[in-house]
Design a protein around this ligand. Structure first.
Ligand SMILES: Cc1cc2nc3c(=O)[nH]c(=O)nc-3n(C[C@H](O)[C@H](O)[C@H](O)COP(=O)(O)OP(=O)(O)OC[C@H]3O[C@@H](n4cnc5c(N)ncnc54)[C@H](O)[C@@H]3O)c2cc1C
Length: 400
């Protein structure tokens, strides 16, 4: 009987785990290993681009790649791991509960935005976390022009000034002008708990975010927290009010709840604290990867972030190690010492930094070109060609 590596999720980590596992099997000349991906749909949803317009186009069909590499796709939603029986219970698209066994399980079910109980946000707020929610925001923005002109109609409040909030906020001025007319007095306000713009980033990066915000006319409300969101806007904890037809929540991503019945340490983002080879301690046959893994990137104390940059590499290592352990090949400790950021700043351009100290290396148009190359090409699935895909799936090949 064939052995099975079961991968939960077809995002960046799940897709690369499957290709990387297929590569190891190919290199070993093994045809007795089934690599199966279980996810709601056989596509990669390009979440890093969800602040852009035309969100429905930001997916990549994985079927040609999976067919080329003999990776089995199973449509469904995984509900529970039964580690004693080495299997996963999942719901089929017809809602039937089904059991699927594994020899190795890779959990790559990603992350989701949390609202942390902010009143009114679920009913009146928007977000760009998932394809359907980003589409809902886009539909709402497209419909603003048909609403009567008012200051509230022309105002968008972005809650949270992290990377997602900044990329959305800096994109919005030109988008609102094109939707509402270039003479319209549009306004974008970022509500941020911290006391500085981009307070978590290096001084050089903070300065650029601040300059870009000034140039684009973005207002920052610092030391501010949202108390309530309603149909007419936001009330902050200090009692002040911002009237806005559009309030977008961007703060507070948490790892998916899948695997919560496993007895394992999770960090404050809900990620499994994994071993060097990305196994969940106590469960030799279960790996966590991508946004589900709290993993050390180096020996200096740095940890993978919930980014696609880390998810892609984590996926390659998890797939490699799961296949290697079944086929008697040496595993590879996960390492990803080089870290970059490339932040879109709308009409201002972009900024590119290198290293954990976020040293600024490129700005404006030059960085924007790089950003587009990353988000429109580099992070997309490889061509459905075995040699191309396997070369890219090597965990030790240069990535960024
Ligand atoms: C708006 C936004 C902007 C971002 N910008 C950047 C950026 O500029 N740079 C960057 O590096 N990163 C960025 N990120 C983060 C990046 O998108 C994530 O880190 C990355 O998607 C994580 O990859 P993943 O494969 O772990 O999870 P995901 O991409 O979330 O994929 C998870 C997969 O698991 C599936 N799944 C979930 N639950 C189940 C289940 N129970 N059963 C079966 N399947 C399941 C999902 O359908 C999906 O296929 C951004 C994210 C967002 C939302």
């Amino acid at each position: 009987m064939k052995q099975r590596i079961l991968i939960i999720g077809s995002g960046f980590a799940g897709m690369w785990a499957a290709v990387s596992a297929a590569r190891v099997a190919h290199l070993q000349g093994n045809t007795n290993l089934e690599i199966a991906v279980l996810a709601p749909q056989p596509e990669l949803r390009v979440r890093p681009r969800f602040y852009e317009a035309n969100v429905s186009t930001l997916t990549a069909d994985l079927q040609p790649l999976f067919a080329e590499l003999n990776i089995r796709f199973i449509a469904g939603h995984a509900e529970r791991v039964d580690s004693a029986e080495s299997g996963v219970w999942y719901k089929t698209p017809e809602s039937d509960s089904t059991f699927l066994s594994y020899d190795k399980l890779i959990i790559a079910s990603g992350s989701r935005l949390h609202h942390f109980g902010i009143k009114g946000i679920a009913e009146h707020g928007f977000d760009i976390d998932q394809l359907d929610t980003a589409q809902r925001l886009e539909d709402h923005l497209n419909a603003l022009a048909s609403q009567p002109e008012s200051a509230a109609r022309n105002t968008v409040v972005v809650c949270g000034g992290g990377f997602t909030g900044i990329e959305l906020a800096t994109e919005l001025p030109s988008r609102l002008k094109s939707l509402l007319g270039s003479d319209t007095n549009t306004k974008v306000v970022v509500v941020e708990r911290g006391s500085q713009i981009g307070g978590r980033y290096s001084e050089a990066l903070r300065k650029i975010i601040s300059d870009a915000s000034d140039e684009l006319g973005i207002e920052w409300r610092l030391n501010a927290a949202v108390e309530v969101v309603d149909a007419g806007g936001v009330t902050l904890q200090d009692g002040s009010r911002i009237d806005a037809a559009t309030v977008v929540w961007t703060a507070g991503v948490q790892a998916s709840a899948f695997g919560e019945n496993l007895t394992a340490d999770r960090d404050n983002l809900g990620r499994f604290v994994v071993t060097e080879e990305l196994q969940i301690p106590g469960y030799n046959n279960i790996y966590a990867t991508g946004d589900m893994a709290h993993a050390k990137t180096d020996t200096l104390g740095n940890t993978a972030l919930m980014t696609c940059q880390h998810a892609i590499q984590l996926g390659k290592f998890a797939g490699h190690n799961a296949a290697a352990s079944l086929l008697g090949v040496e595993g590879l400790p996960y390492r990803q010492e080089f870290y970059v950021t490339c932040l879109d700043l709308g009409a201002w351009g972009a900024v590119y930094t290198e290293g954990w100290e976020q040293e600024v290396k490129m700005v404006r148009e030059e960085a924007k070109k790089l950003k587009i190359a990353i988000t429109n090409e580099l992070i997309y699935p490889p061509k459905a060609d075995r040699d191309v895909a396997f070369a890219a799936a090597d965990p030790l090949a240069k990535f960024v």
